[in-house]
Design a protein around this ligand. Structure first.
Ligand code: ZN
Length: 233
């Protein structure tokens, strides 16, 4: 039997907005967030007021030239955001990335963090994305895009297994323990733009550094960075 219109609408709404707190499974009184009030109080939002000079930009300093860098939250052990990221990555909950992207987008607009012309998510290997069904960085990018009104340029940066023909030797030596290489395949999409590169968590920053350096090889690009969370090193 076909699902009724009401069932279809409920399913669609559930895709856009979670019904339960993603960290503790309690009912959500407000639907445009993924945390209940108790979990929201336990989370530590990242301070966006000094986007050009903070813990994020300090971690990347001397490695990747960027205009500014921000996260939505600090990643602390057993925090609601840690549980949310686990759900987002391993339990088929793309709506979490979408909702956190929208929340961060609203905070950015309130502070006038704008001037961006495109969002580039850190890509997954195509085989991993097929297995998971989505790229967690892309859904986060989508949430930001809805609020900021700028496009996700998802087809421009691709991830490949490193082989000697795909990268120059110098960079290969530098990132020898990562095993991946990022290549801009559609430079015309990025050329001349201030781009926001986004990922799920900033830890050492090695992946963001590799992606960012590949993007900055495209003429006249500027870069800013955003992640869902920033972990302690
Ligand atoms: Zn909760």
């Amino acid at each position: 039997m076909f699902p009724s219109l009401r069932e279809l609408c409920a399913g669609f709404l559930h895709l856009l907005y979670p019904e339960l707190c993603v960290a503790c499974q309690h009912d959500l009184p407000v639907r445009d967030t993924c945390f209940c009030l108790r979990c929201r109080l336990k989370n530590a939002p990242f301070d966006l007021t000094s986007a050009g000079d903070n813990e994020f930009t300090t971690r990347m300093w001397g490695r990747l030239p960027m205009a500014w860098g921000i996260s939505a939250y600090h990643f602390t052990r057993k925090s609601p955001i840690q549980k949310a990221l686990h759900q987002l990555k391993y339990h088929n909950k793309p709506e979490i990335g979408l909702v956190i992207g929208r929340e961060l987008g609203k905070r950015m607009l309130a502070l006038g963090l704008s001037g961006l012309e495109g969002i580039v998510p850190v890509p997954l290997h195509p085989s991993k994305e097929r297995l998971r069904g989505y790229n967690q960085s892309s859904v986060f990018a989508q949430g930001l895009s809805e609020i900021l009104g700028i496009p996700v340029l998802g087809k421009s940066l691709v991830r490949k297994k490193m082989t000697s023909t795909q990268t120059n030797k110098k960079r290969m030596e530098r990132f020898q323990n990562v095993g991946d290489v990022f290549v801009v395949e559609r430079p015309e999409l990025l050329k001349g733009k201030h781009l926001l590169l986004v990922d799920d968590v900033l830890t050492t920053g090695a992946t963001l550094e590799m992606c960012g350096l590949a993007i900055l090889e495209v003429p006249d690009t500027r870069l800013s960075l955003a992640t869902i969370a920033i972990a302690d090193k």
